[in-house]
Write a protein that binds this ligand. Structure first.
Ligand SMILES: Cc1ncc(C[n+]2csc(CCOP(=O)(O)OP(=O)(O)O)c2C)c(N)n1
Ligand code: SF4
Ligand SMILES: [Mg+2]
Length: 296
């Protein structure tokens, strides 16, 4: 929980907490890259909202100097969409775990990819439920804690949904690449081009230490100059081939041009967003009084 600095008013200053993660947790790399990306892009704390999920990863907003919401397990995406639609001028980042996003939150994951709101979604993927001490998550490999299912691949899932516009994967063990992808995801969302989906391979050193194997498996698609992220079919083919070869594709995997949720003016009109409304008493007293009467 962000701490209230010495002040008589809860509205004045908050200072970020120190992360409570185990030493070496991949989430430290994600935190560092979000901070650096926001600083490099000169996005102010007052204009940034991070919506955390439930899990070790879901505490990331506590460690940042910006607005934060600790959402319900698996429900960070609808919360983040609500924030964005209430005030489209904000940089809205949803950040949670693979259990949060791909298990209990899987329905929201699919439909948010489909709706394509202009938010960033970071999934810290560690193949386990870290906070609850190491049960297999949907991305767990075969054999991990008795798991017999082949792992779910979120990049292939996102590629199969026609309205997605930004699909990327980074690795906590490669900070330069991760920060670059983070900046691209934020810039994509802030240009109202839809959701910047960034899965980060973020090892849980306590219950599923995959640093060594992931370091050997990652394959940066963008290092291959012949790779074109504009082509969904190529992205799907290439990602599937690499997975079959025991590799994990990383980098900016797909960049598309479908419409974002907010650009659909039949359902969203920016000037009607809540933050842009005059809600002061002076012009609205009769309406508020009527509202109270309606509840009696
Ligand atoms: C509705 C609900 N069900 C279950 C839990 C218990 N729970 C807390 S965190 C968690 C899983 C976290 O895994 P993940 O999202 O991968 O995050 P990580 O800890 O690995 O970063 C679960 C099942 C909960 N808090 N709320
Ligand atoms: S249990 Fe795993 S995911 Fe949680 S803080 Fe420790 S290393 Fe990170
Ligand atoms: Mg996890």
């Amino acid at each position: 929980m962000a701490q209230l600095a010495a002040s008589s008013s809860a509205m004045k200053f908050y200072s970020p907490s120190t992360p409570i993660w185990c030493p070496g947790c991949g989430d430290f790399g994600v935190l560092a890259s979000v901070k650096k990306a926001l600083a490099d892009l000169q996005i102010k704390s007052k204009d940034t909202v991070i919506v955390g999920g439930i899990g070790c990863s879901g505490s990331i907003h506590n460690d940042m100097e910006c607005y934060g919401i600790h959402s319900l397990h698996g429900r960070l995406l609808p919360t983040a969409i609500g924030v964005k639609l209430a005030n489209p001028n904000l940089t809205v980042i949803a950040a949670g775990g693979d259990g949060d996003g791909y298990a209990i939150g899987a329905g929201h994951f699919m439909h948010t990819l489909k709706k394509n709101p202009s938010i960033v979604y970071i999934v810290m993927q560690n193949g386990t439920y870290g906070l609850t001490k190491g049960q297999p998550s949907p991305t767990a490999k075969v054999g991990y804690e008795g798991n017999q299912d082949l792992p779910f691949d979120a990049v292939l899932t996102a590629l199969s949904i026609p309205s997605t516009t930004f699909i990327a994967r980074g690795f906590s063990g490669n900070q330069n690449q991760l920060t670059d992808l983070m900046k691209k995801a934020i810039t994509h969302a802030n240009s109202n081009r839809g959701m910047g989906f960034l899965e980060v391979l973020s090892p849980c050193v306590t219950y599923n230490d995959t640093y060594k194997e992931w370091r050997e498996q990652v394959y940066d698609l963008n290092a291959d100059k012949s790779y074109n992220p504009d082509n969904r079919l190529l992205a799907f083919t290439k990602a599937s081939e690499l997975l079959d070869q025991g590799k994990i594709p990383t980098g900016l995997i797909y960049l598309g041009k479908s419409k974002s949720l907010e650009s659909n003016t039949s359902t969203f009109r920016e000037h009607e967003a809540i933050a842009k409304q005059d809600i002061g008493l002076a012009n609205n007293l009769p309406k508020y009084e009527q509202l109270l009467r309606d509840f009696r």
